[in-house]
Ligand binder design. Sequence first.
Ligand code: FES
Ligand code: FES
Length: 212
Amino acid sequence: MAESDKPASRFSRRSFIKTAGAGAALAGVSAEAQEKKPEVLGPDASTITLTVNGAPRQVTVEPRVTLLRALRNELEITGAKEVCDRGGCGACTVLMDGRIVNACMIMAWDAVGHEITTVESFGTPEKLSPVQAAFVECDGYQCGFCTPGMVVSSTALLRKNPNPSLDEIKAGLAGNLCRCGTYGRIFEAVGKAAKNMAAAKPAAGKAAKKGE
Ligand code: FES
Ligand code: FES
């Protein structure tokens, strides 16, 4: 075959140098990127800090551990209950940055940097919160398993809407199931809490003025 008939080579010396240069540049970028790679955590346990009811709490958990299990099993904060463990019943309801969430659907590691509020922060046996007191007053429970979640959701609802209608109360508690079927008395309790809180407001204002 005559020299001129040969197919043109796909690689010239010039193209080889260009390719090698680009490769070297890429190698440099990836080395730089590797240096900036985020720290890899898991699958072993790591120590993280959760902010629960205003206090920093350290737990050492694997990435597969839910916020609910970290609260209950590691921190012994057992107000939130594990019932369905799949986001279907609301027994594990807590507040995350003031919004209701199912703690069984949040990984503990994902809760880092957020404010977690559990039912334990609302009141004490000696001094119940208005919502807790209304649940007692209206007999708003039977087995009580759904009650902590109901109280958390009701409290969040009344913070947003201090005077909810019955339909708004039902909508506010739509994510919380009560297997005992105590709904009528639970809804009554939320209405009662709203009234008691509204009635307590002017009294609190007057007391504050007297103390001026
Ligand atoms: S236990 Fe979390 S929603 Fe049922
Ligand atoms: S009181 Fe028993 S599940 Fe609600």
